[in-house]
Design a protein around this ligand. Structure first.
Ligand code: ADP
Ligand code: ADP
Length: 225
């Protein structure tokens, strides 16, 4: 029942072992948090899953298919970053549609997906606005929508709430969690924030100095002083 398999993966940068023999299986309907301090290897792991970087050792497979050598656009993934990376001179509609335009999808498909994603993320009334006319939470929902519009097999999120204030962050934690359950695809959520990992995820993978130190440590975290 392993949907994503990270099999003994290492990534070295010169003398630095950014990731060291990480093995991790992720299930189809799972929300997994990758928790660790700055410099522990979280972004490296995410980049390897995305295909933005290659492991020096090991293999990554999706649904039993080895994707280790595949470029990002052939992996069927969506990504959401800390910086929303919205195009300021394009409307919400065009920001959302961008990944589909890149793939030269026909307008009928684009319209249908726009309706779907705007519905899921409550963006229907905002489609003709520009990013500067949106609140931080609305901008983050557009960034999420752009990650989801091509119907990825998994969504990678790299500290997506780090730039939001505390109240909005808590609201978005609940929303993101709900989207994941609704969509039924794995969300792999990188954070250095323990509370965020605890409140959102089904499972927590703790990484430290490039090594997977603990898995499903929820109870250990609750019990720690
Ligand atoms: P995190 O995302 O947890 O902050 P990173 O994955 O960015 O950690 O980095 C893990 C380690 O690998 C750090 O020591 C970092 O300096 C190093 N590293 C990451 N990317 C590179 C790179 N492109 N070149 C050299 N070292 C890198
Ligand atoms: P994050 O804040 O998400 O952990 P980082 O700031 O660690 O990301 O890394 C941002 C970019 O810089 C990444 O592409 C990473 O590969 C690169 N990088 C990180 N550490 C180093 C390093 N020591 N030398 C060269 N590049 C690095």
């Amino acid at each position: 029942d392993s949907y994503i398999r990270i099999d003994n993966v290492s990534r070295r940068y010169g003398a630095v072992k950014a990731l060291d023999s990480v093995t991790l299986d992720i299930a189809k309907e799972e929300f997994i948090a990758i928790l660790g301090p700055s410099g522990s290897g979280k972004s490296t792991l995410l980049r390897l899953i995305a295909g933005l970087d290659r492991p020096t050792e090991g293999h990554i497979s999706f649904e039993g298919k080895d994707v280790t050598g595949l470029p990002p656009h052939k992996r069927g993934i969506g990504m959401v970053f800390q910086e929303f990376l919205l195009f300021p001179h394009r409307t919400v509609r065009e920001n959302l549609a961008f990944p589909l335009r890149m793939r030269r999808e026909p307008q009928t498909v684009i319209d249908e997906r726009l309706e779907w994603v705007a519905g899921v993320l409550s963006l229907t009334a905002l489609l003709d606005r520009y990013p500067s006319q949106l609140s931080g939470g609305q901008q983050q929902r557009v960034a999420l929508g752009r990650g989801l519009i091509a119907r990825p097999t998994l969504l990678l999120l790299d500290e997506p709430l780090a730039n939001l204030d505390r109240e909005l962050r808590q609201e978005m934690e609940v929303e993101i969690r709900r989207y994941q359950k609704q969509l039924g695809i794995p969300f792999i959520y990188v954070t250095h924030n323990q509370e965020e990992a605890l409140s959102m995820s089904d499972r927590i993978a703790v990484i430290h100095n490039g090594r997977l130190e603990a898995l499903d440590v929820r109870q250990a975290i609750y019990d720690s002083p």
